[in-house]
Design a protein around this ligand. Structure first.
Ligand code: APR
Length: 233
């Protein structure tokens, strides 16, 4: 069975990483959070960058472990994992890296927005811990950011094209732990359904695509996804 899975922050909450729009989501608790991940605000305001680096340093994802849902998806033979998450937990659960498409990049790489010089987020955080508030590029002094796709930036076209193909080619499309409110990621659901795939949505709250689903599961993902995967193999 050809399975493609689109995952969102909801698959990692049971690993201790808060989501954005859920009941305990970061955006519910700190409406300002959106500015920290919006490119124009980030580039324009050193105070936004200072707060952004503290948020990155304190991200629970550094200590998080994959949970039963990540592991169940990793055990699905030849599945494509299209994730909006930047925490790397799918790969750590055993999903082959070449079959994990990180639509929004990941939190571990860093790059200079001016010259493109690559570094690591860990290096930048070490500079924060040593007292810098907005570590500039060693090469050119430019603004440094993590290798995640911020609001206002476009996705990597190669990754997005592969994700669209994975949605078109599958027989079953699972949408797991996403409010499906952010494009173009959410539109992959429609691509899959139009191509004839069976759609299962696993999410605690309703999504704008539930009307297209053959099945909607509201149970906690950590229990629902292993059950679902065992029915697919
Ligand atoms: N079981 C079931 N559902 C859960 C669980 C759980 N344990 N934990 C959270 N959820 C659900 C929430 O109810 C919510 O509807 O997961 C969903 C997560 O939605 P969002 O927080 O909007 O996360 P996501 O869809 O991944 O956001 C997309 O927006 O902030 C940007 O770039 C960021 O990639 C992110 C994108």
């Amino acid at each position: 069975m050809r399975v493609t899975v689109l995952t969102g922050a909801g698959i990692s909450t049971e690993s201790g990483i808060p989501d954005y729009r859920g009941p305990n989501g970061m955006w519910r608790r700190d409406p300002d959070h959106e500015k920290l991940v919006t490119y124009d605000y980030y580039m324009a305001d050193p105070e936004i960058r200072r707060r952004s680096w503290l948020m990155r340093r304190d991200n629970p994802a550094w200590e998080a472990e994959p949970n039963a849902a990540h592991r169940a998806l990793a055990a699905l033979p030849d599945a494509w994992i299209v994730t909006q998450n930047v925490d790397g937990l799918h790969q750590r659960a055993g999903s082959p890296p070449e079959r994990v498409l990180e639509l929004h990049g990941n939190m571990f790489g860093a790059l200079c927005t001016a010259c493109g010089a690559r570094s690591t987020t860990r290096e930048a955080i070490d500079r924060i811990d040593a007292g810098e508030s907005d570590p500039a590029c060693h090469e050119c002094g430019g603004v440094v950011k993590t290798a995640t796709v911020m609001f206002g930036q476009s996705l990597d076209p190669v990754v997005l094209t592969r994700a669209v193909e994975a949605a078109e080619e599958c027989e079953v499309f699972l949408a797991v732990g996403s409010s499906l409110r952010v494009q173009p990621a959410a539109s992959l659901v429609e691509v899959a359904v139009r191509a004839g795939a069976r759609l299962v949505v696993v999410n605690a709250e309703p999504t704008p695509y539930d009307h297209l689903a053959d099945e909607v599961i509201h149970d906690p993902i950590g229990a629902a996804v292993p059950r679902l995967c065992s029915s697919l193999t």
